[in-house]
Design a protein around this ligand. Structure first.
Ligand SMILES: [Fe+2]
Length: 308
C-alpha cells in the first residue's frame, strides 16, 4: 500500500468514527415523546458536533469551555443573570428576536429583553414618575399605542425599566430599593406619558466570565443609552423593545447588537425653568422624547376570535 493510500484509509476511518458518534447521539433522541424536542435536540447535536469537527476542538479547549460555563453558572443569582448576558453578547438573543418577530407592517420593532427586568414593578399613574429616586436628568416620555390600522389601543400595559445615570439598574445597587422601573396603562385615547431619567450609556456587567470573553475578543461592554419597554394588550403580540437616544455613543457598537434605526429617538433638551407638558417646571435641565407604538396583532388570538 502506498503512503498516500494509507493516509486515505486513516482519514476514512477517522471520518467513520466521528460520524458514528454523531449518528449514535442523534438516534438516541429518536424515541422522544415530543417531536419538537427531538427536532430541537437533533439540530443542537448536529450543529454542536459539526462545530467540534470544524475547529478540531482540543481537549484543553473543551475543558476551558466547561470551566467558562461553570463560572457563568456560579456567578448567576436571582439578581444577576450571566447566561442572558452570554446569549446577548453572542447575538443569540437578537437572532431569536429576529426569528420570532418577522416584519409586520408598521409594527414597532422588537429588541433584546436583557437581564434586568423584574416582575411586579410599581404602578405609576399617567404622568407619574418611574424614577422613584433613580439619579439622573428628568426625562418626559410621551406617546401612544395603536394597532396596525391606526386604531387606539386603550388600557395597554406598558412596563418600563432603565438604568440610572451611574449606569446601574436598581437591582445592581445594594439594598432592596425599587427605582427606575414601573408600569402604567394607556388612556382611553391610547396616549401615555410619564417621567423617567434620561438614559445614559452603561457597561453590561463585565466583572464575570462574559466580561472576560469580551476582553479576549477585544470588544467593549458598553450599551447605547436606552429605555426598556414591554407592552401588552389582549389580542396583540407582546412587544419587548427599547428606545435609544439619537446621537448617543455606542449606537454602532452596542455590546448586545440591540440597536435598530427605527428605535432611535430624538431626546430634546430643555433648560432649567422651562415648563414641561404637565405644567411642572423642573429646577434643573430636562429632556423629552416621544414614542408612538404600533402593536402587531396576535395571529393566534385573532384566529381564535374570528367568527366561524
Ligand atoms: Fe438595559
Amino acid at each position: 500500500m502506498t503512503e498516500a493510500a494509507h493516509e486515505q484509509d486513516v482519514a476514512a476511518e477517522q471520518y467513520r468514527r466521528e460520524q458514528h458518534v454523531t449518528d449514535q447521539v442523534l438516534a438516541s433522541f429518536g424515541g422522544a415523546a415530543s417531536a419538537r424536542f427531538a427536532e430541537v435536540m437533533g439540530a443542537l447535536v448536529r450543529h454542536a458536533h459539526a462545530f467540534v469537527r470544524e475547529v478540531r476542538l482540543t481537549e484543553e479547549e473543551w475543558q476551558q469551555g466547561i470551566e467558562f460555563l461553570t463560572r457563568t453558572g456560579h456567578v448567576t443569582t436571582d439578581r444577576r443573570q450571566e447566561f442572558i448576558l452570554l446569549s446577548d453578547v453572542l447575538g443569540i438573543s437578537m437572532l431569536t428576536v429576529a426569528v420570532n418577530h418577522p416584519p409586520d407592517g408598521d409594527a414597532t420593532e422588537s429588541t433584546v429583553f436583557g437581564p434586568f427586568f423584574v416582575a411586579g414593578s410599581p404602578r405609576v399613574e399617567l404622568g407619574g414618575d418611574i424614577a422613584q429616586g433613580a439619579a439622573g436628568q428628568p426625562c418626559w416620555i410621551s406617546g401612544s399605542v395603536r394597532d396596525p390600522d391606526g386604531k387606539p389601543v386603550a388600557g395597554a400595559k406598558i412596563e418600563v425599566w432603565e438604568a440610572d445615570d451611574e449606569g446601574l439598574y436598581d437591582v445592581q445597587h445594594d439594598g432592596e430599593r425599587t427605582a427606575g422601573r414601573g408600569h402604567l396603562f394607556t388612556a382611553p385615547d391610547c396616549g401615555f406619558r410619564f417621567w423617567a431619567v434620561t438614559p445614559t450609556p452603561y457597561p453590561i456587567p463585565d466583572d464575570g466570565p462574559v466580561g472576560d470573553l469580551l476582553t479576549a475578543a477585544g470588544r467593549g461592554p458598553m450599551r447605547a443609552a436606552h429605555l426598556h419597554f414591554m407592552v401588552t394588550a389582549p389580542g396583540y403580540r407582546t412587544l419587548i423593545t427599547h428606545i435609544f437616544v439619537a446621537g448617543g455613543e455606542h449606537l454602532d457598537s452596542d455590546a448586545v447588537f440591540g440597536v435598530k434605526p427605527s428605535l432611535v429617538k430624538d431626546f430634546v433638551e430643555h433648560a432649567a425653568g422651562a415648563e414641561a407638558p404637565d405644567g411642572r417646571v423642573p429646577e434643573r435641565d430636562w429632556s423629552s422624547a416621544e414614542f408612538d407604538i404600533v402593536l402587531a396583532r396576535d395571529k393566534e388570538t385573532s384566529d381564535k376570535e374570528a367568527p366561524e
